[in-house]
Write a protein that binds this ligand. Structure first.
Ligand SMILES: O=C(O)CCC(=O)C(=O)O
Ligand SMILES: [Fe+2]
Length: 319
């Protein structure tokens, strides 16, 4: 059920809302947003921010000083806010910028959404504790190869998409004892411990991420799967019934890619986008990719005490 987050009150009756006692804030329960048919757990929240907020964030990100941008292999650019990681996986912390935690205060919005929406009796409340935000900027035709974000981060991450849609592919590792299906050999972008494992070439599933949406990945989807974005200029999405399903080595159905490169998506029911839904009803949706900026909100588990200058500060304090 697509529910624009800022219209939650208007669309849902009181019984389906989770509400904080302190502030009276309310959000639809997280289960409304769960993506079915992928390993646990992924949640897709359409329209998590408004168009005005999106434009503002893109402007502020664009105004960042040049040295803040780092270029990586395939040409995409990225920025780290909140600090960078040491080689040993420890965050060297820095304060977050005002465009992330003052206005529009996306950090607090994500925190309270997760806390409130997961507050269902008998379920553990989700606490993220964001201390780092990774910003990626992709030109059309750029992507990111299959990788894990790794154990240095808490296995609950939220990604906001701005500017353009993309398709995120979910991959799994091959079971070394099962017969040999198509595979991708281990990618150099994998975290150390994962080097040498083979990755299934056919993704387990595809997720269409529209501008202004929030994607939350957690649990085994974070800890034992990989994610990737293929380097395409356009995406062709077809409804499930029109695709040729393939079977992966675990026996689970995965969405096949046909000759044209069309894919089916696991989050079609949650999109909340009339244009895409209508096009899918007619047979297919074709989306030319524009420049997409993604913001990944996460928590580094280990943080250097005393900030990035902690070591230096402590050294200076010594007699
Ligand atoms: O752009 C995205 O949505 C994903 C980025 C990502 O996976 C990463 O930087 O680790
Ligand atoms: Fe990632």
């Amino acid at each position: 059920m697509p529910i624009p987050i800022h219209d939650a009150e208007a669309l849902l009756d009181d019984a389906s809302l989770s509400r904080t006692e302190a502030t009276g804030e309310s959000f639809p329960a997280l289960e409304h947003f769960r993506i079915q048919n992928v390993p646990p757990a992924a949640y897709y929240i359409p329209d998590f921010i408004t168009k005005e907020e999106e434009e503002y964030l893109l402007r502020r990100i664009g105004e960042s000083p040049q040295p803040k941008w780092k270029k990586v292999g395939t040409g995409r650019r990225l920025q780290y806010w909140g600090g960078t990681m040491s080689k040993k996986g420890i965050l060297l912390p820095e304060p977050l910028p005002d465009f992330l935690n003052e206005y529009p205060d996306i950090v607090e919005r994500i925190e309270s959404f997760l806390r409130v929406a997961s507050s269902v009796k008998g379920k553990e409340k989700m606490e993220l504790g964001i201390n780092q935000v990774l910003i990626n900027e992709y030109q059309p035709g750029q992507g990111i190869s299959p990788h894990e974000d790794g154990p240095a981060f808490h296995p609950l991450v939220a990604t906001l998409s701005l500017g353009s849609h993309t398709v995120l592919d979910l991959h799994h590792y091959l079971n070394p004892t099962s017969p040999s299906p198509p595979m991708i050999s281990s990618s150099p972008s994998l975290t150390e411990g994962e080097m040498g494992k083979s990755i299934a070439a056919i993704p387990l599933g595809h997720l269409l991420l529209m501008p202004r949406s929030l994607l939350v990945l957690s649990s085994t989807l974070y800890t034992s799967h990989l994610h990737a974005i293929s380097s395409r200029h356009k995406d062709i999405i077809v409804p499930r019934s029109l695709s040729t399903p393939t079977t992966n080595p675990n026996g689970a159905q995965s969405s096949g890619i046909d000759e044209e490169g069309a894919v089916t998506i696991a989050n079609a029911e949650l999109l909340g986008d009339a244009e895409v839904i209508d096009a899918l009803r007619e047979g297919k949706w074709i989306g030319e990719r524009g420049i997409r900026t993604s913001l990944t909100f996460r928590r580094a588990e280990k943080v250097l005490k005393g900030g990035a200058l902690g070591v230096l500060g402590n050294a200076l304090k010594r007699p």
